[in-house]
Design a binder for this molecule. Sequence first.
Ligand code: ATP
Length: 319
Amino acid sequence: VKKIAVLTSGGDSQGMNAAVRAVVRSGLYYGLEVFGVQRGYQGLLNNDIRPMDLRSVGDIIQRGGTVLQSARCKEFVTPEGQQKGADILRENGIDGLVVIGGDGSYQGANKLSKLGIKTMCLPGTIDNDISFTDFTIGFDTAVSIVVDAVNKLRDTMSSHERSSIVEVMGRHCGDIALYAGLASGAETILVPEVPFTIDEVANRMRQNFEHGKRHSIVIVAEGVGRGDDIAKGISERVDVDARVTVLGHIQRGGCPTHNDRVLGSRLGDFAVRKLIEGESGKACGIIKNELVLTDIDTVVNTKKGFNKELYDLASRLSQ
Ligand code: ATP
């Protein structure tokens, strides 16, 4: 490859900027020409492509969001849209593309790869719902934001003997709830991967109050349902004032943690090096702190595993 482009697609996440910076600066370091595609696949179809130099990615490593902006693009889901995208890249002389995004963005990259564009995917989403990587870029920051919020809720909860129900993001994946729940000492963590009944949740809360706990924190992954419904179910069964906090998009904003910056930097550089080595149609990930390449096909067709060991640990420690 001689000319590569980078784009961010789907929901944004903290650390995407570190990854963009790494792709640009590693690409230039290895003698490639590097281009930035603005606003994901939509920008590609609009030919919104500009050359990137060393300075174009200055002062962004500490920022949330993505300087390349992101978008959802219906046209790109059609074969005609994908062909148009491949043609536009070729017309610009671009033979390699790094896509930073979630599952849908991977599917798009896979299509481009099958149309002869050398593509690499990086996991950019707070949800941690991508297989063949232990962590996605943005997940660590999102978890930190939830933990920080729960710290604050704890102070006020224990003064009033209340129960705090905290609804967190993650789509169908319970990882944000799991890691944030363990790290913040939540009594109960509700995730789509582990079945539960409201009676069990209520009984556990009742027992904890009987054992002298003064507050109760329940983390609810959005994949399980609404925090409001969980609170209603608890209030019907236990004599407790259950208050709901929905953290929402706050989880997707703010300054990325050092973990997300390091992960974005390592993966961005890895993607460029692998493109230079001639790889294509691959997803970059990190497993046991080693950078790994997996076929995009395999990644999009494999559901991310759930860390039941960690879930059981959180459960044992929260009695
Ligand atoms: P997140 O999980 O963080 O929201 P995502 O990448 O999964 O990120 P999507 O909106 O699903 O977000 O996908 C981003 C874009 O990728 C879509 O707007 C669309 O242009 C493209 N895309 C999604 N699915 C496909 C597909 N099956 N084929 C081609 N392109 C697709």
